[in-house]
Design a protein around this ligand. Structure first.
Ligand SMILES: C[S@@+](CC[C@H](N)C(=O)[O-])C[C@H]1O[C@@H](n2cnc3c(N)ncnc32)[C@H](O)[C@@H]1O
Length: 240
């Protein structure tokens, strides 16, 4: 009874503070937080022209959510990769971002593979562009030729997002990654996770199949700490 009294007195004396407290309780509930994240994710993704299709790194388009780019920077700081393999270059904004982060670290290079040549990609001494399909034997050999025996490798898969292609990439490129480092599977939000519900089997289905078969990788959910990520369950850490 005394408690109710205090609550009512607080509502009367401090209406704004009480409303603010109620508001904070609202999103602290796990179900509400999941709902809000999902709705925001869909809004952010479906307004592409305003958001991820309109995102630039020093003037070069980068098709990512900035919250994921921040996570990349944190992973890079921890892993300190010698080589970053990026499958899917597009305009080169993400390759430039990675190279600039490596500049800050003072070491490392980016091997960025794309099946399409884009005119006017930015040049950077740490970036090597490789033309061809990321799963083609000759391309894989080219990539490997740039990696030394003790190099630490980080892999980012952002090319063809069909399940079959991503699964093949996972099989090929996971072998190049050392314990402690990651294979990042991008756009696992496709096919209803929670966007593009009619996409068909894509990155999420590929990564689920891969981790079920390969116990040396685990899904690192701690990389989803900002709630919104375009790569749900896509941060695969090699643990052994
Ligand atoms: C989503 S975009 C990459 C975006 C880029 N990483 C960024 O963040 O700005 C996907 C790219 O994958 C390329 N691609 C499609 N199929 C591919 C394949 N089999 N091998 C390599 N690249 C492929 C496309 O040409 C396209 O440029």
């Amino acid at each position: 009874m005394a408690k109710l009294h205090t609550v009512l007195l607080n509502v009367f004396l401090h209406p704004l503070r009480t409303l603010n407290n109620l508001d904070r309780q609202f999103w602290k509930s796990p179900a509400m937080s999941r709902f809000l994240t999902r709705q925001f994710h869909k809004m952010y993704y479906d307004t592409e022209k305003r958001t991820w299709g309109n995102t630039f790194w020093f003037g070069v388009q980068v098709n990512k959510c900035p919250l994921d780019l921040w996570i990349y920077q944190e992973i890079m700081h921890e892993v300190r990769p010698d080589v970053i393999i990026e499958c899917g270059t597009a305009a080169g904004g993400s390759a430039m971002y990675l190279a600039n982060m490596l500049d800050i670290m003072g070491k490392g290079k980016v091997l960025s593979v794309d099946i399409n040549p884009f005119d006017g990609r930015p040049k950077h001494p740490r970036v090597t562009y490789i033309l061809g399909s990321s799963t083609a034997d000759d391309v894989v050999e080219q990539v490997k030729s740039h990696i030394a025996a003790n190099d630490k490798v980080l892999v980012i898969l952002d090319s063809d997002h069909s399940m079959r292609h991503v699964y093949n990439e996972l099989r090929i490129y996971s072998k190049l990654v050392q314990p402690g480092s990651y294979v990042i599977v991008e756009d696992s939000n496709q096919n209803g996770y929670p966007v593009s519900p009619f996409y068909g089997p894509g990155p999420m289905e590929a990564l689920k199949k891969f981790v079920a078969e390969d116990a040396s990788f685990t899904i690192d959910l701690s990389r989803e700490k900002f709630y919104l990520t375009f790569n749900p369950r896509g941060y695969l850490k090699r643990i052994r």
